[in-house]
Design a protein around this ligand. Structure first.
Ligand SMILES: CSCC[C@H](N)C(=O)N1CCC[C@H]1C(=O)N[C@@H](C)C(=O)O
Length: 334
């Protein structure tokens, strides 16, 4: 490639520092990089980005870049540029060969800088604090939405936001891996899965705890212990050089031995940063290999329709000699 047209918001932010990246693009050439945004952000772009900014809206944006790109091969982000966006580039840059690329900047983002690690550590510490405050409020008679409200309002008051729609899945709803908080009233004997994170300075945290209200039935406690065993084994295996696919197998093999292989309906985990889900992907088909400086979740789960589910998730920093668990909320023993 001679140049790269960056349209994915998290990539734009990562390369430019501009905090309204949905309204920005970055063009990287051999001479340097330029941030493109519009006049709503003239001051903000100057304050936030070390890149020279060109303030315009398309098609003036494309016209500005066109002369320097004539005859070149320019990569674009196939996963984020819309069909209409590509048609616009083709019309504006007839002398340019546009080449679809995937994951170029995402791969660079997988290993975090010390500043990024600091931000995510802070986001996770806040999430731990909030979870600790809210845990005693998770009891019979309150709704899942009550729990989510308590979490979200505390995050906002602390100057953060919720990293994603908070998952609070109680009783049989625990079988929904992405069961966003509903009006269901939590009952005595329920397991309640709470999956939450803080977004602070643009960076995310991500953690899940499944907690008991009263004493759940024997089958759910058996499932809980199996997930806990799988989670702890996968956490213990995290270190540089480990293949993501092998890590996924550590947890999956344990759950399979407990008859819960089919019930583990998603990947083991994922990288976390400017996005909640980013590289590396910890799944069976992944070719990623762990490196020091990556931040990953380990989150095996088991979901049984009609009965319920369990997920336990920690956020880990891969270090030179192994890992550090950043999520500190206690994991309950059942
Ligand atoms: C909507 S963000 C969800 C955050 C959560 N901690 C999470 O990442 N989950 C919940 C269950 C599965 C897992 C997930 O969505 N994994 C993705 C990467 C997958 O495709 O497996």
């Amino acid at each position: 490639m001679d140049a790269l047209w960056v349209s994915d918001p998290a990539n734009v932010r990562s390369l430019s520092g501009f905090t309204s990246p949905a309204d920005g693009k970055v063009l990287v050439t051999r001479q340097g990089a330029t941030l493109y945004t519009d006049a709503r952000y003239t001051v903000q772009a100057e304050q936030e980005s070390p890149l020279p900014a060109f303030i315009a809206r398309p098609p003036a944006t494309y016209d500005h870049a066109a002369p320097g790109l004539e005859g070149l091969r320019v990569g674009f982000e196939a996963e984020s540029l819309t069909v209409a966006g590509l048609e616009d580039l083709q019309a504006a840059w007839p002398g340019v060969t546009l080449v679809p690329l995937r994951g170029v900047v995402q791969e660079l983002r997988a290993v975090k800088s010390p500043g990024e690690i600091r931000q995510i550590r802070e986001a996770q510490a806040l999430a731990d604090r909030v979870f600790g405050e809210v845990r005693p409020l998770i009891r019979a008679g309150v709704t899942e939405q009550d729990v989510a409200y308590e979490i979200e309002s505390r995050l906002l008051r602390a100057g953060a936001e919720s990293a994603f729609g908070i998952i609070v899945a109680s009783g049989p709803r625990g079988a929904l891996p992405h069961g966003h908080a509903s009006g269901r009233v939590i009952e005595d004997g329920d397991l309640v899965t709470v999956d939450m994170g803080a977004r602070l300075g643009g960076y995310h945290s991500d953690m899940t705890r499944t907690v008991a209200v009263g004493t759940p039935g024997e089958e759910m406690r058996r499932i809980y212990r199996a997930v806990y065993e799988a989670e702890q084994a996968a956490v213990a295996a995290v270190k540089p050089g480990v293949r993501a696919a092998d890590l996924d197998a550590v947890a999956r093999d344990i759950l399979t031995a407990h008859g819960l292989g089919e019930a583990f309906a998603h990947s083991l985990g994922h990288g976390v940063g400017l996005e909640v889900h980013e590289r590396p992907g910890l799944r069976g088909t992944s070719e990623d290999v762990l490196e020091a400086g990556m931040l990953v979740t380990i989150e095996p789960g088991a979901y049984v329709p009609g009965l319920g589910g369990v997920r336990i998730e920690d956020l880990l920093l891969v270090t030179e000699d192994g890992h550090e668990v950043l999520s500190r909320s206690p994991i309950e023993e059942l």
